[in-house]
Ligand binder design. Structure first.
Ligand code: C2G
Length: 436
């Protein structure tokens, strides 16, 4: 007998799950389905799972394709199951391509094409609605949103629109179809939308991933169309930030600035500790960030971190720039009782990190502080070292995506992690320092 095994969460059971199980069953004579436990999902960074384990098992059972259902409880269980059950074929969706090749020593590994562009309300009668996320991107980069969406239950990518920018002006009309097609092939997406309106019509949420000067244009158009918006940070002008606030209120929609750092538990804990005086009065914040993309976007992110620690009141901002072959920028934030700076450069020798110096101690965030999962705090003496960490998975964007789905469900226009007012104040500050 040829045994096939497959695994999944099967939350808000839908057409994609059904088709996967049907094809997996067709690969052999007996199908074992592993349904993830809540603990395992937490451990692997899958967020927002709505249905209980019992309901998810029942949804799989009701398809009639599973001959046996087991629970997947820990990392490494797949290999043990394959050996234990004498499995011939391991099958999983193509979003996992390459990830389970290590099992091929023991059985055949098959990646089945994922069902793209699921548009219905799902198969369940009560129809918990899947949210469709459309992407507006002016490059061949999806800002990690594709991979991260796979970890947020209830969210599916609808497709992409790549605007054709002529004379530096953005429009909503016919996009660059060749670029959109290449984008879909690169990220395995269902639809290359010809116009922005088509993308808006096929999406509940739109992610705006363009250069700064076009963000407002597309964000405002999506909101006017009735879509919720996640937009790269920052907007280009304070008036734009104010305009977005007005539109969000008028339309009763959700708008989230894409600052994943604001959603990281480690960063939140750092801020709570600093505000509670854990290292006394903060005297300085220094951070460094190697940059290959936009310097101004990198500096805006640093401004977010610095102002979370030192506030936006009485802050002065200035940029010092060395524009040689390897550009080097230093942005200095001055306060009456503190100073902060952020270095950004394309030089590979710039070491990323953040140090916060206080009157009674010091915090170090080694490495990529914008994606922090760990920091060290010294107080009292040099030996008095405490480590704080949270296991974050991926680049952090999934936590923001998860919050956006909650905001939509609760009809809450603003994010708990980053308010419109704070984002707007930051855009004012960045303009004041000529950083926009
Ligand atoms: N799937 C699909 N089409 C979709 C959505 C999901 O074919 N539109 C497939 C996935 O590729 C997976 C299965 O359906 O093979 C279950 O999907 P999820 O419930 O999202 O589970 P997942 O997070 O992919 O977990 O150990 C768990 C496994 O690694 C898979």
């Amino acid at each position: 007998m040829k045994k096939v095994i497959t695994y999944g969460t099967y939350d808000l059971f839908h057409e994609g799950h059904l088709r996967l199980l049907e094809r997996a069953r067709g690969l052999g004579d007996y199908l074992i389905v592993g349904v993830t436990s809540d603990n395992f999902d937490r451990e692997r960074g899958k967020l927002n799972v709505k249905d209980s384990l019992a309901a998810r098992i029942e949804a799989v059972r009701a398809t009639g394709f599973a001959d046996e259902i087991i629970v997947e409880e820990y990392l490494g269980q797949k290999l043990s199951d394959v050996i234990r059950f004498g499995v011939s074929v391991f099958a999983i969706g193509s979003d996992w391509k390459g990830k389970f090749d290590y099992l091929s020593k023991h059985c055949e590994v098959v990646y089945l094409e994922r069902t793209k562009g699921i548009s219905s309300t799902g198969l369940r009668e009560e129809g918990a609605k899947l949210l469709r996320l459309g992407i507006v991107s002016d490059s061949q980069d999806d800002g990690d949103v594709g991979a991260e969406t796979d970890f947020v239950s209830g969210l599916e990518i609808s497709g992409v629109y790549v605007p054709a920018i002529s004379g530096g002006l953005a429009g909503l009309g016919k996009g660059d179809m060749a670029a959109a097609g290449a984008f879909c092939a690169k990220y395995d997406l269902a639809a290359a939308f010809g116009t922005a309106d088509e993308l808006f019509a096929g999406s509940d949420v739109v992610y705006i991933h363009t250069r700064r000067r076009h963000r407002f244009f597309f964000a405002a158009a999506a909101l006017r169309h009735g879509c919720h918006v996640i937009c790269d940070f920052p907007l280009n002008k304070p008036e734009e930030a104010a305009g977005i606030c007005g539109l969000v209120k008028e339309k009763g929609l959700v708008f989230a600035d894409c600052v994943p750092l604001a959603y990281l538990r480690t960063f939140q804990q750092l801020i709570w500790l600093l505000q509670g005086g854990a290292i006394g009065q903060v005297l300085s914040v220094e951070c460094a960030m190697p940059t290959h993309g936009s310097f101004r976007d990198a500096e805006a992110l640093a401004a977010f971190a610095v102002t979370r620690i030192l506030g936006t009141e009485n802050a002065g901002v200035r940029r010092l720039c060395v524009c040689t072959r390897e550009r080097y920028d230093r942005v200095v934030f001055s306060y009456p009782d503190a100073v902060a700076s952020c270095s950004a450069s394309g030089s590979k020798w710039l070491k990323p990190g953040m140090t916060v110096l206080g009157s009674d101690g010091r915090v170090n965030v080694p490495g990529a502080w914008w994606n922090m999962s760990y920091f060290k705090m010294r107080t009292g003496s040099e030996d008095d070292l405490r480590r704080y960490s949270f296991n974050i998975e991926g680049p952090g964007l999934r936590y923001l995506l998860s919050e956006v789905t909650q905001m939509i469900a609760e009809r809450r226009g603003e994010s708990i992690a980053l308010s419109h007012e704070e984002a707007q104040k930051l855009v004012y500050l960045l303009e004041q320092g000529d950083l926009l």
